[in-house]
Design a protein around this ligand. Structure first.
Ligand code: SF4
Ligand code: SF4
Length: 176
């Protein structure tokens, strides 16, 4: 699903969940809200992300690589009781400027629809999707990750809260 379709889906869902008539066009309002998101908004969404995870495994099965640190590799090797050299060779782990990179698609630790290193999974996994969203946001890149249905739910929930605040604010202040 591309970003335009994700946006359409978000608009449809917000319209469905908010039964009252809007004093503005959702097609304009929602992109406006998304464009004006601040880091603190994304941090607020991060606090609710677990509640919205669909446990669909797409972040493990559809990712093309997983970046980890040296200490994360050490933890995984201890957990699996193998050497880091064994892991590096078996999974063809390479070095980038700042990380070690595990080629994925799917992630080699994803078996039978489960992560078999879950207790020591890298931070990039435990903080997904908002960790990835925040990273892209700070790098000034488009940040809706369309392969994560949980992220769409997080965004919908946040936008609903924002719109409710605005509509209630208008009703309180503009009702004669
Ligand atoms: S893709 Fe998103 S919703 Fe699916 S398991 Fe990963 S974080 Fe959860
Ligand atoms: S390490 Fe585990 S959680 Fe992370 S991508 Fe691989 S299977 Fe998924």
């Amino acid at each position: 699903m591309g970003d335009a379709e994700v946006l359409k889906n978000i608009i449809k869902r917000v319209r469905f969940y908010l039964p009252f008539p809007f004093p503005f066009s959702l097609k304009k309002k929602i992109p406006e809200i998304l464009l004006s998101l601040k880091e603190e908004d994304l941090l607020q969404m991060e606090r609710t992300q677990d509640k919205f995870c669909h446990q669909c495994g797409q972040c493990c099965s559809e990712t093309s690589f997983v970046d980890i640190s040296r200490s994360e590799l050490n933890k995984i090797s201890k957990f699996l009781r193998v050497t880091t050299q064994y892991l590096t060779e078996t999974f063809q782990i390479t070095k980038t400027k700042s990380h070690l990179r595990i080629p994925a698609d799917p992630c080699p630790f994803y078996r039978d629809l489960e992560c078999f290193v879950y207790p020591v999974r890298p931070q990039v996994c435990s903080t997904y999707p908002m960790g990835a969203v925040l990273k892209r946001f700070r790098e000034n890149k488009p940040f809706i990750l369309s392969n994560c249905p949980g992220l769409v739910d997080v965004m919908v929930d946040f936008i609903i809260g924002k719109i409710e605040d605005q509509v209630i604010h208008r009703e309180v202040y503009y009702t004669p």
